[in-house]
Ligand binder design. Structure first.
Ligand SMILES: [Ca+2]
Ligand SMILES: [Ca+2]
Length: 629
């Protein structure tokens, strides 16, 4: 009895000593995800533990009501251990202790289960739909809300230089938060920021010269917002500030690649976590190799597994550990930050079954969330392939929407290209006609420009009439309209090699003193005021127009450069007439007869109401937007 007692006491003392030393050791163990929640549909959570030689602990034990251990997996690298937890709906919030043993040693990991946000994924994660108006921001280039975070010790890139288009300029999330008044005043309902997660990468050499990770697409830590963008705290603050105004936040995610300074690449758990090639192999960027009935497997492999650029290792999303890491990360970000939608970068380059799995997981836990993938394709069929569609194809994607590049090309053609049988407004009509391929074309994000192309105003040569035609189309065509920051202020870009100048500084965002958001309106010149007010008028009208948000679209075949469409919902009708020709034309209103007895028209821009005569006169190069009664 005494011996037994002594043994227990010794054991207890040993555990106590070990416990103290383990407390410190625990602090060094990186656990991904850092915490989880009770009541999630994703309740089989795979913890990735990262620490030197953690692989020696091949056994684990969890003693926590409602949580059972579903196995431990060692990796090829000794520095990883995967612990699979099964969290039953009965598990309560709290901190569990995961006891690891192996190699004669013991180690304890504390792991927290938090209660979910109010509404279990329904009171937030509202989804961004065609009722919304999205504003796309590159945070580094929008507004510098906190000059103290422009350059931070410890990061591998130490250049902040507003005169260099390819280096950091110091913009941050605080700058976005300070502009919420301005954005809401414009009529914006949702903000999409280029990725805000950590990009701790040294300056890289690209075709255009040295470039830093200012744009956010070189993620090195999926759980930390870059501190130069304000860190996790500033991000949470922005989401809360936006939600308190009824505005939404879209997060930009990247599944295809990471920055080559990412810990998963520097210290790879398994040799096949990345798509490694004997020699550097870039993607062929030909999405046709995925859906062509005549494609070959080698082309498809290069498309999917080839690297985007040399410093962006391509993720093998067919590896279940990599897939779990990424799926759990987007679930974690959605619940942790409370965001409303996802835009997924380089969508067409990712292993296809993974994409469907991650979307299913997101929608299971956040049923109203929306997702649109960047599927840069020139054709409607190619674009529709990456969304829910009505096509008989070998692989069926389940993404609700895509960033609609064919629509962008169609709108630009209708404004900028000579009218012809298949050019100009006919190109827009033709692209729209193929909407039958999409399950729900309203879920597509439509845009005139974004951070990867020349600015819209530059594309139309700074022409005010063309500007109005473009904004008019954007705000009245089907889909979720997205404006690239600064387009409302007639921003253009210089023609230089590389993308830096397409991401120039937002006017007023980088002044030396004061709060940026307050100054913007006072700074405008006449031209900027005109474009701001034009965009604002349409955005504010769109906010109350169900016809523009979710209405049917009825198109009338283009004639002599005139393209007309009607948006209808219930009793509401909005008529849009684009005249791309350089002469005045007219539209015969008799064509509207089958769509209701409408007798008067209110011009949304001039606010004037006139009787609806037999003809509507259309000035050269114009768009006419009428609310019909
Ligand atoms: Ca800053
Ligand atoms: Ca890939």
């Amino acid at each position: 009895m005494i011996a037994m007692h002594t043994k227990k006491l010794l054991q207890f003392t040993f555990t106590l000593i070990l416990g103290i030393s383990l407390y410190n050791a625990n602090a060094q163990t990186k656990v991904y995800p850092g915490h989880w929640w009770t009541g999630m549909q994703w309740n089989k959570v795979q913890l990735m533990l990262h620490e030197a030689n953690i692989g020696q602990y091949a056994n684990a034990k969890v003693d926590y009501a409602g949580v059972s251990l579903a196995g431990v997996t060692t990796a090829q690298s000794p520095n990883y251990l995967f612990v699979n937890l099964d969290i039953s709906p009965a598990a309560a919030a709290g901190v569990m202790q995961i006891q690891l043993t192996g190699n004669g040693k013991t180690k304890t990991i504390s792991y927290e289960l938090k209660p979910r946000r109010k509404g279990n994924g329904t009171a937030f994660a509202q989804g961004v739909r065609s009722e919304d108006f999205v504003y796309l921001i590159m945070p580094d280039r929008f507004a510098n809300g906190d000059p103290s975070n422009d350059k931070l010790a410890g990061y591998k890139d130490q250049v902040c230089d507003k005169n260099d288009p390819n280096m950091r300029h110091g913009g941050d999330i605080q700058g976005v938060t300070q502009h919420l008044d301005y954005l809401q005043g414009l009529g914006v309902t949702s903000v999409w920021m280029c990725p805000v997660m950590e990009n701790d990468m040294p300056v890289q050499q690209e075709a255009a010269g040295p470039i830093s990770g200012y744009h956010g697409y070189w993620i090195t830590n999926h759980y930390e917002v870059d501190k130069r963008h304000g860190g996790n705290a500033a991000y949470k603050q922005l989401v809360e500030a936006a939600h308190s105004r009824g505005m939404k936040i879209i997060q930009d995610g990247v599944y295809n690649h990471v920055g080559n300074e990412h810990f998963l690449f520097r210290d790879q758990p398994f040799a096949d976590m990345f798509n490694n090639w004997p020699a550097y192999t870039p993607s062929n960027h030909r999405e046709e190799s995925l859906f062509s009935p005549y494609s070959n497997s080698a082309d498809k492999k290069v498309m999917l597994d080839g690297w985007f650029v040399q410093h962006l290792p391509d993720l093998n999303l067919a590896n279940p550990f990599m897939a779990n890491f990424m799926i759990q990360n987007v679930l974690w970000c959605t619940e942790e930050f409370g965001i409303d939608g996802w835009r997924i970068d380089t969508y067409k380059y990712c292993y296809e079954p993974f994409l469907n799995n991650v979307n299913d997981a997101l929608l299971a836990d956040f049923p109203q969330l929306t997702i649109f993938g960047e599927a840069w394709s020139k054709t409607v069929a190619g674009s529709a392939y990456f969304a829910r569609n009505n096509m008989d194809v070998a692989f069926k994607h389940n993404c609700p929407g895509v960033t609609d590049f064919p629509m962008q090309a169609g709108m630009l053609s209708a404004i900028n290209q000579n009218y012809s049988w298949e050019g100009g407004a006919n190109k827009l009509m033709m692209n729209l006609s193929e909407d039958f391929l999409y399950k729900n074309p309203l879920d597509n994000c439509i845009f005139l420009d974004n951070h990867d192309m020349d600015r819209f105003v530059t594309m139309v040569g700074g022409n005010m009439q063309k500007y109005k035609m473009g904004i008019g189309l954007l705000m009245t065509l089907r889909g979720i309209p997205q404006l690239y920051y600064g387009t409302e202020l007639f921003m253009q870009n210089d023609q230089v090699n590389g993308d830096g100048k397409k991401r120039n500084d937002f006017p007023g965002g980088f002044a030396d003193k004061g709060k940026p958001g307050d100054r913007t309106m006072a700074m405008l010149n006449d031209q900027q005021r005109e474009t701001f007010q034009y965009t604002q008028k349409l955005a504010q009208f769109r906010k109350i127009s169900k016809a523009l948000q979710v209405g049917n679209t009825i198109t009338f075949l283009p004639k002599d450069g005139v393209f007309t469409y009607l948006r209808q919902h219930g009793n509401e009708s909005v008529l849009v007439i684009l005249n791309q020709s350089d002469k005045a034309q007219s539209f015969a209103t008799g064509m509207l007869k089958p769509y209701g007895a409408m007798t008067s028209a209110r011009n949304i821009i001039s606010q004037q109401t006139t009787p609806l005569g037999n003809e509507i006169t259309l000035p050269p190069q114009s768009i006419t937007i009428l609310s019909l009664q």
